[in-house]
Design a protein around this ligand. Structure first.
Ligand SMILES: [Zn+2]
Length: 407
């Protein structure tokens, strides 16, 4: 068994340690300098840096990106339908191909510390499966650096344009992993038909579900209740995610608590992109709801924000929540790392104050080394001195992929 020792690192900013990796897992943690290292052992020099689980970006539109391209003036109009039409007018005419843009964006995220990705690929009667194919190609090209799950995403709804449901079904047959849905009331104006189509396709393909919910409080609650009903009826415990869902955060507390109780019972998870009006992070923690973080679209036809750096987005999560305490900011790091893995069904959601999640013996050797006095300092400073490890191998260093390809 070949092993690698990461020397002189501080797990979650704790005592200086040597961490042994073998077969894609952490197999030992010893006080620094006590692990015997022979000539055949590979070493990664920690240089006193902090050791964290690597990031899991669980809400990213890899096919909606202009990362690496010149900035252009924003031409969108407010509202999902208007923004979707703006994207539809422009996405085919970018300076580089969709395939190139998806790969560049994914590789830039990996170089900055992300090794788990749950990405959308827009499927509709305009794009058909063209955007999905670009995401499938980028996944294939990066199998040695990152795990990618793909959500077939009906950005234009399912009921407004004939043929939309068929495209979504074909996307699942083509290789997408998760069935997406969006604003069942506000966009398609027929939440029962929308959600029955989404959950019907999920049942047929044995796939999880992820619903974009931008709806306001009571409307979001109504959609969430229909999602709860279908999750229960199809016994999809732990396989349904509500993305955004910020309208739920505006509900009266008693109504929100009643909903969160059902989310807990059915293992319904949430994903956020850390908007100005944050989800009630502490309340989700109280109910043990799995919560992950994501970049959303990046420098695209919807928004000029986003830079593929999940450490930046972690800062934004802490900032929008108004957090100052170290345990709160460390919980934001836990959300951005192990929380995302929990949304993907690969880990348990760590509670706030949990003992250094994701870097224990038996945890995956998917890790980030980052400079900083403390974890909070690393979130505030977001240093470039990082090393990214995937399945026990170094895949990026100092924000560059180690095999020299672009990022
Ligand atoms: Zn989104």
């Amino acid at each position: 068994m070949t092993s690698t020792v990461v020397t002189d690192v501080r797990p979650w900013g704790g005592p200086l340690s040597d961490v042994v990796l073998a077969d894609g897992l952490i197999t030992g943690i010893h006080p620094a300098g006590t692990e015997s290292i022979d000539a055949s052992t590979e070493t990664v020099s920690g240089r006193g840096r902090i050791l964290l689980p690597s990031f899991a970006d669980v809400h990213v539109h890899l096919d909606s990106t202009r990362i690496g391209l010149p900035f252009r003036p924003h031409t969108g109009v407010p509202g999902v339908w208007g923004m979707m039409l703006n994207d539809r007018d422009n996405w085919r005419h970018a300076e580089r191909s969709m395939e190139h843009r998806v790969a560049t964006t994914l590789e830039s995220a990996i170089a900055r510390g992300t090794t788990q990705v749950r990405t959308y690929a827009q499927v509709d009667v305009d794009a058909d499966l063209e955007r999905l194919d670009a995401v499938l190609a980028a996944r294939e090209a990066n199998l040695d650096r990152c795990e990618v799950e793909i959500i077939a995403f009906p950005q234009a709804g399912l009921l407004r344009e004939a043929g939309s449901i068929d495209v979504l079904d074909r996307a699942m047959a083509r290789g997408a992993d998760v069935v997406g849905g969006i604003d069942p009331c506000a966009l398609d104006r027929d939440p029962v038909r929308h959600l029955d189509a989404v959950f019907g396709i999920a049942e047929r393909h044995g796939a999880p579900v992820d619903i974009h919910l931008h709806e306001p409080d009571q409307m979001a609650k109504f959609s969430a209740e229909l999602i709860v009903e279908r999750t229960r009826a199809l016994d999809m415990r732990g396989r349904v995610t509500i993305s955004h869902g910020y309208g739920l955060g505006r509900l009266p507390e008693a109504e929100l608590r009643a909903l969160l109780e059902q989310f807990r019972d059915l293992g319904i998870s949430m994903a956020t992109v850390a908007p100005q009006a944050p989800l009630p992070t502490h309340l989700l923690d109280e109910y043990g709801i799995a919560l992950g973080l994501g970049q959303d679209g990046q420098r695209d036809y919807w928004s000029p924000y986003g830079n593929t750096d999940m450490l930046d987005r972690t800062w934004q999560l802490a900032f929008t929540n108004g957090f100052r305490r170290d345990d709160d900011i460390e919980h934001c790091v836990a959300i951005a790392t192990v929380g995302g893995r929990a949304v993907m069904g690969r880990a348990a959601m760590p509670a706030r104050g949990a003992e250094r999640p994701g870097v224990g013996v038996g945890d995956p050797a998917d890790l980030l080394l980052v400079a900083g006095d403390t974890v909070t300092a690393a979130v505030m400073d977001r240093p470039a001195d990082r090393t990214v490890i995937f399945h026990g191998d170094v895949v990026a260093d100092a924000l560059e992929l180690t095999d020299g390809s672009r990022a």
